[in-house]
Write a protein that binds this ligand. Structure first.
Ligand code: NDP
Length: 383
């Protein structure tokens, strides 16, 4: 039996992870489950999985959590430090599934324990980049990529040398607005943006998929996880989301990983690694799917991949600024304050301002993140 902590247990990735654990109760002991403030769901999960500790990041929600778990011996805690304490319990596996840079400090804490981290929280790696990869090297922690594209690449790299890679190709569904005109994009609403054609995900990543910033963040994520050089990482739009990504080797072989658009597949690959486990998926029916198509990304209607590539090329603080500005703009869009097309524009304008020096520590990354959110918010109010 292995121990597991799930940071962001009440979210979409958290639910998919717990679904797999529910089917394999004898294999896992649940240590910490965390949420921001979704007390009812967190308490129900903590009871069901007999968690040792339940944590809300928002400390004002702690009294409600205590009420909801009264009569149990499940420990309750709240606040940013409690979140990091939960990540430091030494679980065999920590699933990092908090959305946004809010998950960075707990992920870094888990890395400091030197355990295995199944990383879904791409914003943490995009923001902290070299700071995080240096911590991974120093502590011997193992990062297993949950993101379906990176999990696909990770699988395609097994048994091969990264020095033999000619090119990594990230596939992108293109999101719900792939075929929309510029004027349709101007009028896109939050409910249209979160209605992804292939994947069922949290609101923020769904909007990122619609703007293609999700692929931009993944480009930077891939650059850190698989250091082949930025010019060897490409993006291709593949609307069926059957091929999750590809690795081409110098002998001309291209390896791809295919599967259903269900996060339980890459999560299972992390939970069982280096073995395999059962998931309740229908076998892949290529005849029913019929055809797999590919097209180049349109960086005029969807500038986010260009912005992410430029931020990656700039390096230093730029990816953290890109991510923070995007988080601020997506939140403004989701609350109805700005138009869809203002998201990428806000990111671009924030990146155009003087950038702070490259961060050398977690605290410096968090300071850059805070400052970039202020800059982005100023820009959002200006227009
Ligand atoms: P959700 O919005 O569904 O869930 C987010 C989780 O994080 C919830 O548990 C939420 O708690 C918690 N949370 C939110 N804000 C904070 C905060 N400030 N501090 C601490 N915890 C917080 O997100 P997803 O599951 O969709 O995504 C999670 C991460 O995984 C993201 O980084 C995303 O990019 C990545 N990812 C997601 C995929 C997917 O299919 N969903 C696919 C690949 C990657 P509460 O419920 O209380 O709000």
């Amino acid at each position: 039996m292995r121990s597991i902590s799930i940071l962001g247990a009440t979210g979409s990735v958290g639910a998919s992870t717990l679904d797999l654990i529910r089917r394999n109760r004898d294999s896992w002991r649940v240590m910490a489950l965390t949420a921001n403030c979704n007390v009812d769901e967190l308490a129900a999960l903590a009871r069901e999985f007999a968690a040792e500790i339940a944590v809300v990041a928002d400390e004002t929600c702690l009294p409600a959590l205590r009420d909801a778990l009264s009569g149990t011996d499940i420990e309750c805690a709240g606040g940013a430090q409690a979140l990091c304490d939960a990540a430091s319990l030494g679980a065999d596996m920590t699933v990092a599934a908090i959305v946004g840079c809010a998950g960075l400090a707990p992920v870094m804490t888990a890395i400091e324990q030197g355990g295995t981290i199944a990383l879904a929280n791409k914003e943490a790696l995009v923001s902290a980049g070299d700071v995080m990869t240096a911590a991974v090297s120093r502590t011997g922690a193992k990062l297993l990529p949950v993101d379906s594209e990176h999990n696909a690449i990770f699988q395609c790299l097994q048994g091969s040398r990264i020095s033999d890679v000619r090119r990594i190709t990230l596939t992108a569904s293109g999101g719900p607005f792939r075929t929309w005109t510029q004027s349709q994009l101007e009028a896109a609403t939050p409910s249209q943006a979160v209605a992804h054609p292939n994947w069922d995900m949290g609101a923020k990543i769904s909007v990122d998929s619609a703007t293609m910033m999700n692929k931009g963040l993944e480009f930077i994520e891939a650059h850190h996880l698989f250091p082949v050089g930025l010019d060897r990482i490409g993006i291709v739009v593949h609307p069926q989301s059957v091929i999750h990504s590809m690795v081409e080797y110098r002998d001309g072989s291209t390896l791809a990983q295919l599967g259903p658009s269900d996060m339980r597949v890459p999560i299972a690959s992390c939970l069982a690694y280096p073995q395999r486990m059962y998931t309740p998926m229908e076998p892949l029916d290529l005849v029913a799917i019929g055809s797999l198509t590919f097209e180049a990304p349109d960086e005029v209607r969807f500038p986010a991949t260009r912005l992410a590539r430029e931020a990656a090329q700039m390096g230093g603080a730029a990816p953290a600024v890109l991510n923070a500005a995007n988080e601020a703009a997506v939140a403004a869009f989701l609350s109805g304050k700005i138009a869809f097309t203002r998201i990428a524009l806000t990111v671009e304008r924030t990146l155009e301002r003087d950038l702070p020096p490259a961060p050398a520590s977690l605290d410096e990354v968090l300071a850059i993140d805070r400052e970039a959110r202020v800059r982005a918010s100023e820009l959002l109010e200006l227009a």
